[in-house]
Design a protein around this ligand. Structure first.
Ligand code: NAD
Length: 449
């Protein structure tokens, strides 16, 4: 078994391209996206619209239209400045509106990208699917637990494609990590630790409020949607992540990426129990969600997940996952997957100093006979590093996967079931803090227990 694992690990490792000073063997991963694009027939073009043209919506769309055969025709947003800027980016021919229903009513739109705040994800996705559109919906898929089943059922009933926007699950680094774990590169997985630390005002969501923000330039009632009705508040509109009414705290914003990555790589449906601790430690600016959060989760596959998001550490931004197995670790971070193999010692070692000298001698003599030095296990160690090409974009691959599904009707990598399992697991942390309890979850049925 050991040998089989080792052989498959070496095979998965591929040909080494270089060795660093520290002895790590370096491998350059190849991105599919660098291959020349297939020509797309005119009748195979996909026309898309963007709903929610803020930071992520605009960023997503800039990437989506780089996929061959994809054209943006319309944009909906609640702030005039973003509709105007959409025309600046994509031209005056783009149809713009504050009301996404005008977009959904158009027959010439095949698919929509949803980049609204979280509290609109379910409404916009379900409305779009019912109008016959395929959907790329940003993460976290849900804002409330009830959103999950409704989105899954609507996708099923309307036979629409829905891809959730945790782009890392399309990353060639994550694909490599999955392959390595399956090949036994680190032995049996025992633990995953993941972190996302951000110490800047931008990292902590204090996004710039535009100079002209007002009830005239912002469609406040439409932004609020199903959220509690309060008078116009520009911070709520432009920094919505700080309030539970629209966002899902660090759990929905950041934990969810770490869950989707863990689930993709391990193939797990999710945790069975979760508990979190956290609080508002530094950014006392009126927000009602923690800026420090730690979560612990049990997986029935026999590993634990520990997560940390920290907005106040004073250090550099740091994001990544470490998979710890019985024979080493695998880290994803800094644009690479690094496997450090630490083979388990075959010899048990000894602790004999407190015994008589005669007995120490006897134990040592027996030990050397039973466990001769250099019995071979050392040669299995070493560091292998797999690097993504410079400028690699996992978002591009995630969109490519989505548009391929739109064309072929084949499943996407992150459908509504996957999206709900990741977001449902992430939001256990909020529930645990709210209730002051461990929260149980059935990852197959996707239900709180
Ligand atoms: N995948 C990622 O890495 C990633 C990164 C950042 C954000 N996101 C996700 O993208 C989403 C948007 O985040 P953001 O940072 O771009 O927020 P943002 O505030 O910059 O943009 C949201 C936009 O949605 C608009 N909007 C609100 N309600 C609307 C409605 N009913 N119809 C049309 N437009 C509406 C707002 O006017 C705003 O312009 C969030 O769900 C977030 O979690 C994902």
């Amino acid at each position: 078994m050991h040998e089989l694992n080792r052989r498959s690990f070496l095979k998965a490792a591929g040909a080494a391209s270089a060795t660093t000073m520290l002895g790590a063997r370096m491998h350059a991963l190849t991105a599919m996206q660098t291959e020349p694009a297939r020509p797309v027939a005119a009748n195979d073009h996909i026309q898309i619209a963007l709903i929610g043209a803020g930071g992520q919506g605009q960023g997503d769309t800039k990437i989506a239209v780089q996929v061959p055969g994809v054209k943006l025709v319309a944009v909906a947003d609640c702030y005039n400045g973003r509709l105007d800027h959409s025309k600046e980016i994509w031209g005056d021919d783009i149809f713009t509106t504050r009301d996404y229903n005008e977009i959904l009513a158009r027959k010439d739109i095949d698919a929509v990208i949803i980049g609204t705040p979280d509290h609109w994800h379910k409404h916009a996705s379900c409305d779009a699917m019912k109008a016959g559109k395929d959907v790329y919906c940003e993460k976290p898929m849900i804002h409330l637990y009830a959103d999950g089943p409704e989105m899954i059922e609507t996708a099923h009933a309307t036979n629409r494609i829905i891809q959730i926007g945790s782009q890392r699950v399309s990353s060639l680094l994550y694909i490599k990590a999955k392959e390595l774990l399956e090949a036994g590169a680190i032995g049996k997985l025992n633990m995953v630790t993941a972190r996302w630390d951000r110490n800047s005002a931008m990292g902590a969501w204090s996004y710039t409020v535009p100079l002209d923000a007002s009830p005239e330039t912002c469609d406040w009632p439409r932004f609020l949607g199903s959220a509690p009705k309060i008078p116009f508040n520009a911070e709520h509109f432009f920094q919505w992540r700080k309030w539970k009414a629209y966002g899902s705290g660090v759990a929905g914003d950041l934990f969810v990426h770490l869950f989707s990555g863990t689930h993709f790589i391990t193939g797990s449906h999710g945790p069975t129990r979760g508990m979190a601790a956290g609080g508002l430690r530094f950014w006392n600016d009126g927000r009602d969600v923690p800026d420090v959060m730690l979560g612990l989760f049990d997986y029935r596959e026999g590993f634990n997940l520990s997560l940390r998001v920290n907005f106040v550490d004073g250090g550099e931004e740091s994001e990544g996952l470490i998979f710890t197995g019985s024979e080493g670790t695998m880290e994803i971070g800094g644009g690479a997957v690094t496997v450090t193999r630490v083979p388990r010692e075959q010899a048990p070692g000894y602790m004999i100093d407190s015994f008589t000298e005669a007995m120490q001698k006897q134990i040592l003599a027996d030990y050397d006979k039973k466990y001769p030095p250099h019995s071979g296990s050392e040669s299995l160690g070493g560091v292998e590093k797999y690097e993504a090409p410079h400028g690699y974009s996992d978002s591009y691959d995630h969109f490519k996967n989505f548009f391929e599904a739109v064309r072929t009707r084949k499943p996407v990598v992150e459908d509504a079931v996957f999206g709900f399992r990741a977001a449902g697991a992430a939001l256990l942390s909020n529930l645990s803090i709210e209730r002051g309890q461990v929260v149980k979850w059935d990852p197959d049925a996707m239900k709180l227990v």
